[in-house]
Design a protein around this ligand. Structure first.
Ligand SMILES: *[C@@H]1O[C@H](CO)[C@@H](O)[C@H](O)[C@H]1NC(C)=O
Ligand SMILES: *[C@@H]1O[C@H](CO)[C@@H](O)[C@H](O)[C@H]1NC(C)=O
Ligand SMILES: *[C@@H]1O[C@H](CO)[C@@H](O)[C@H](O)[C@H]1NC(C)=O
Ligand SMILES: *[C@@H]1O[C@H](CO)[C@@H](O)[C@H](O)[C@H]1NC(C)=O
Ligand SMILES: *[C@@H]1O[C@H](CO)[C@@H](O)[C@H](O)[C@H]1NC(C)=O
Ligand SMILES: *[C@@H]1O[C@H](CO)[C@@H](O)[C@H](O)[C@H]1NC(C)=O
Ligand SMILES: *[C@@H]1O[C@H](CO)[C@@H](O)[C@H](O)[C@H]1NC(C)=O
Ligand SMILES: *[C@@H]1O[C@H](CO)[C@@H](O)[C@H](O)[C@H]1NC(C)=O
Ligand SMILES: [Cu+2]
Length: 350
């Protein structure tokens, strides 16, 4: 009965829904991995960063396979944020990254997630295992006073860094693209600008519970995405601006995947969405709402813009993430993490 209603709603997607996923990879929290596994994951990320990209003839800044992902995100940013398919696009994007780590760089697990609620107090945030300088992604950047920096449009309160990361496996990693929507070659160090108090307020369990209590996808998505003011930011911006502050690359809406922590942050967001879907599978597994156009949400940033509501048949452009991957994918193909184009699950609900 359940399968029937799903099938009727999906029309031509029926064969995809029927595809099997009997052995999903399991995504675990970073601290559930042992030391060997953590180092192995970091090694796989570095492997992607050293392999040749497939989109370097399209995007001048692409210097590695990892950069394919950065460039695709930069190029699609204006079409996949503050829209109804925000979660769906990022779900597929992360799944492609997970496949690349596994198939091209030997990672044996699922894409790890960072459950930031476990670190969300101002005093403990910087001690998160994800910032460890040996078994994590390194910590903060050197302090830079950005109070009078005219290129900073929104100042994050309590930021403690700003410059190149000081330690860890990515200390000399070269970011090649950005800022903003530029995919030109622009080599520079990886920056972080962690703001423990701000991050904790936006990433704590109260924020997650409030988002999970949304009773339809439209509200869930609006709560998760938040708005662009410091007060209106929620856990999506909490991860980006809480770690990236004023000048950290992960705070750049476009080039944010340049910091490997992007993928752990978004994996946790995907887990919160999956948790929300799982709480009422019949009603929510295939529920999607919201506009197809940025800023058409009733946030009123820039006034009204013309839009249409997305449906399961809406086609999202994903770009050159895999040499054999599709350029376009329908929302309905990525609603179920264990069906359609996907085959992964999580060790725990949020
Ligand atoms: C870490 O986990 C792997 C399984 O993924 C296991 O083979 C290995 O023995 C573990 N290492 C330690 C030090 O516990
Ligand atoms: C990037 O965008 C932000 C926000 O719109 C703006 O403040 C900043 O000046 C831009 N940076 C560059 C280099 O264009
Ligand atoms: C890592 O951090 C610890 C504690 O701050 C420090 O003693 C150690 O030198 C650092 N190691 C590296 C490789 O940066
Ligand atoms: C990073 O690069 C600097 C300058 O080239 C070098 O002195 C330093 O040893 C490098 N650090 C690591 C951890 O590779
Ligand atoms: C990049 O952003 C600038 C400034 O907002 C805009 O004029 C330009 O059209 C954008 N380019 C692309 C490729 O989206
Ligand atoms: C989360 O942060 C908000 C804002 O600072 C605060 O009101 C709330 O009590 C916090 N929740 C927890 C569980 O600490
Ligand atoms: C989009 O859907 C909302 C309900 O979720 C509805 O209020 C709105 O009128 C729809 N907009 C369009 C352009 O169809
Ligand atoms: C960049 O994004 C636009 C909008 O989705 C798309 O039409 C275009 O094909 C993309 N370019 C590449 C090279 O992926
Ligand atoms: Cu994004």
């Amino acid at each position: 009965m359940k399968l029937l209603s799903v099938a009727v709603g999906l029309f031509s997607l029926v064969p995809l829904v029927a595809s099997t996923c009997s052995d999903p990879v399991i995504r675990k929290e970073w601290r559930a991995l042992n030391t060997t596994e953590r180092k192995s994951y970091i090694g796989a990320v570095k492997c992607l960063q050293s392999k040749q990209g497939i989109s370097s003839s399209i995007f001048a800044g692409v210097r590695s396979r990892y950069d394919d992902f950065v460039a695709a995100h930069i190029n699609e940013t204006d079409y996949v944020h503050f829209v109804g398919h925000f979660h769906a696009w990022h779900r597929y994007y992360l799944a492609q990254y997970e496949v690349a780590l596994r198939d091209e760089c030997g990672w044996a697990g699922g894409q790890p997630y960072w459950d930031w609620t476990l670190d969300a107090t101002p005093d403990t945030f910087l001690n998160s295992p994800v910032f460890d300088n040996v078994t994590g992604f390194g910590g903060n950047g050197y302090y830079i006073d950005t109070a009078n920096d005219a290129s900073v449009d929104i100042h994050v309160p309590g930021k403690l860094g700003g410059g190149c990361v000081k330690d860890g496996p990515f200390v000399n990693y070269t970011v090649t693209m950005g800022p903003n929507n530029s995919t030109a070659y622009n080599p520079r160090c990886m920056t972080r600008d962690i703001a423990p108090g701000f991050a904790s307020a936006k990433l704590n369990s109260t924020m997650v519970e409030w988002t999970l209590s949304a009773d339809n996808y439209l509200d869930f998505d609006i709560r998760a995405e938040g708005d662009v003011s410091i007060a209106g930011m929620t856990y999506h911006a909490g991860g980006h601006k809480g770690v990236g502050g004023d000048t950290g690359i992960i705070a750049d809406l476009y080039a944010s995947p340049s910091d490997p922590l992007f993928f752990l942050h978004h994996a946790n967001m995907d887990r919160v969405w999956w948790t929300w879907q799982s709480a009422d599978v019949d009603a929510r597994l295939y529920q999607v709402q919201g506009p197809d156009t940025k800023f058409a949400y009733p946030f009123d940033f820039y006034g009204d813009v013309a839009y249409r509501n997305v449906t399961l048949a809406y086609e999202m452009h994903v770009g050159s993430l895999a040499s054999n991957g599709p350029e376009w994918i329908r929302i309905g193909e990525v609603m179920d993490t264990k069906g359609g184009k996907l085959c992964y699950s999580f060790d725990k609900t949020a």
